[in-house]
Every structure is written in C-alpha cells, then in structure tokens.
Ligand binder design. Structure first.
Ligand code: FES
Ligand SMILES: [Fe+2]
Length: 344
C-alpha cells in the first residue's frame, strides 16, 4: 500500500481536499445539453434531471470510456452516444441495449456527486471513500439572509486555485496592487496584523485599522471553504455601507481555477433598488477592473513561486490558511490509509 507522503498530500491539495462542498459552475452553464467540465481532478458531466435538479457524474462511460457528455440526457438517466448504455443519476447502469442482461446492468460503477443549486451556482460534494454522504452546507449570512442583496461574479484564472485563496487572505496587497482603485487608496501602507479565532475558522486583520481599506479577511469552513471580506465604499457607492465579498475557489486543473465571488451589500427596499441599479451601471465595471489587476498579477506567477518565498508578518494569514488545508489533506489520507483504502 502507498504510504502518506509529502507527495501524496501535495497531489490531494492540487485537486482540492475532500469531504467538503465546492462551487462547480454558475447555474446558467446548464442548458438543454449535457456539459463536460474538469473540476477537482475529475472530468465530469452535468445535466438536469426531470425535476430540473443538476446531476453530476464522472464523464466516463463504464463500457469503453466514451464521454457521457456526448450522449443523450433522458431525465434521470443519460444514454451514452457510443453504444447506448444508459447510466442513472446515481451512477448505476440501467440498460445495455446491445447486450441485454449482461453483467454490467445493475452495477453502480460511475462516480456520482451530490449537488445543490443555490445563489446562482451549482455546488457539488466531493467525498472520499470513507465519507460518501454529504455534510451540511451552510451559507454565510451575506447569502442566506434576506437583508442582503448580491451579485455573482464568476471567472476562470490561469493558475493554481490556492494562489487565489492566498491572494484573498492577503489584505495588504489592496494598498499596493489596487492603490489606484476608487475605494482602496486610503489607509496606512504599513500595518501589523493578527489572527483571531472564530467558531468556523479565523479572521486575519490589521491592528488598529477598520473600515478604511481592505483591512481584514476571514476564512470560514461551513461545508464550503469560504472567504469573506469587506471593503468600505465612498459615498458615490450609494447606500448600504461596506461592500461585502464572499468567495470560494475550485481547481479546474493544476493551472486553472474557477473563481466565484458574490458581491453583497446590506440593503433592502429602495436602497436595494438603488444599489442594484448603481452596481449594474457604474460599480460593476470598477470592480471588474480591480479583479483584473489580481488576475493579471497571479497569472504571471510561476507554478513553483510558492516554493521560493520569504514570508513576513503580513503573510501570517496565508501561512495559517495553507496549514489548515494541509492538515485536512494529511488527516484524510491517513484515514484512508488506516482503512486500507486507496489514496486518491
Ligand atoms: S462506450 Fe459508452 S456505450 Fe460503449
Ligand atoms: Fe485584489
């Protein structure tokens, strides 16, 4: 049996730790036809069942390995386009039209993923062999509470998804990389940070500076590895106080990440309408410009950039977050090893 090594931990981290939900794609990706995506070390097919709920299976026909996404969705099943084998949404082969009664029928041999569609996004649970049942999925109040209004902003970046987490866990880059931005030109260019524990994760914050700039970031583990932050808005940003961002990032490949941000504001009534109007007409373009600064910077990082670093006090949050992921990955692999199950 393979032992848990730095390399196996690294491999798992590259694909994303297991036993947690991940955002997969915006809801609008799913139309009439099945789609094929790479996520979390898998190639997956998605379509909608008879009730309109998203189904996600590994995009691999159990007969000869043709992509199921080239087949025909039949509600709760999909028929492979190559020889017509039908696979149910739970991964069980229901019919083999070319050879009825063959032993493939009735076999559950295609990996299936539990899904949830919430806040404009399809989420999937990636459990390992010891944890096939999904855990509870809880949303931050910015998404779950009716007091907030939000817009989803989705993009894909050419880089390791962990660089996106690192970027968001690094408030100080706001003062430099985004210094031209409308809301991040204030605040000290030097600061001392501290880590504060919370029931669901931790906050990484500037000492003695709040509501001036991008002054803190929070990591929350509530079934998804969320990031949360707030950025103060000038009066021209309209009603609603600080601008809140909820993020979560999913590996597509080793060098490509799916980036989900919900841009939120605590507004209701006429304020909600005002903000939503302002956002669409003025603010969204500004926010995209800021996000582009991050993308352009991160895409230029070498894949091994994080092997040649000299971290300082402002990077405590980054170091802490990497440790959280690494500890989880190591524990998951050790549990599989102890159970005599293959390390994935
Ligand atoms: S490869 Fe799918 S039915 Fe043959
Ligand atoms: Fe940024």
């Amino acid at each position: 049996m393979t032992a848990v090594t730095n390399q196996s931990i690294g491999n798992l981290l590259t694909k994303g730790v297991r036993n947690v939900w991940y955002p997969i794609c915006p809801s609008h990706f799913l139309g009439e036809k099945p789609i094929s995506l790479r996520r979390l070390g898998f190639k997956v097919v998605l379509w909608r069942d008879v009730a309109g709920r998203p189904v996600m299976l590994e995009d691999h026909c159990p007969h000869r390995g043709a992509p199921l996404s080239m087949g025909m969705p039949l509600g709760d099943r999909i028929a492979c386009g190559y020889h017509g084998v039908e696979v149910r949404k739970d991964g069980t082969v229901v019919t083999v039209p070319g050879s009825p009664g063959c032993k493939l029928e009735g076999k559950n041999c295609v990996k299936s993923f539990p899904t949830e569609e919430r806040h404009g996004v399809i989420f999937a649970y990636a459990g390992d062999a010891l944890h096939p049942e999904p855990i509870e999925l809880q949303f931050p109040e910015q998404l779950s509470s009716p007091e907030y209004s939000s817009f989803l902003c989705y993009c894909e970046w050419e880089g390791d998804y962990r660089y996106v987490y690192d970027n968001v866990m690094d408030p100080m880059h706001g003062t430099f990389l985004h210094k031209q931005s409308h809301s991040m030109s204030f605040g000290d260019t030097t600061a001392t940070f501290r880590v504060r524990e919370t029931p669901t994760g931790f906050v990484f914050e500037k000492e003695g500076q709040r509501n001036v700039n991008f002054d803190w970031t929070e990591f929350l583990d509530t079934g998804v590895h969320w990031m949360r932050l707030e950025i103060p808005y000038p009066a021209t940003g309209g009603p609603g106080g600080n601008f809140h961002i909820i993020g979560a990032y999913t590996p597509i490949t080793e060098r490509r990440a799916a980036v989900f941000h919900w841009r939120c504001r605590k507004v209701d009534g006429w304020q909600r309408d005002t903000w939503r109007f302002l956002y669409k007409n003025r603010l969204e373009a500004r926010h995209w410009r800021v996000l582009e600064q991050d993308r352009v910077m991160l895409e230029q990082f070498e894949p091994d950039a994080n092997l040649r670093e000299n971290l300082y006090q402002h990077d405590m949050g980054v170091a802490r977050l990497r440790r959280v992921f690494r500890t989880k990955a190591e524990a998951q692999l050790k549990a599989l090893e102890a159970a005599g199950l293959p390390l994935q």
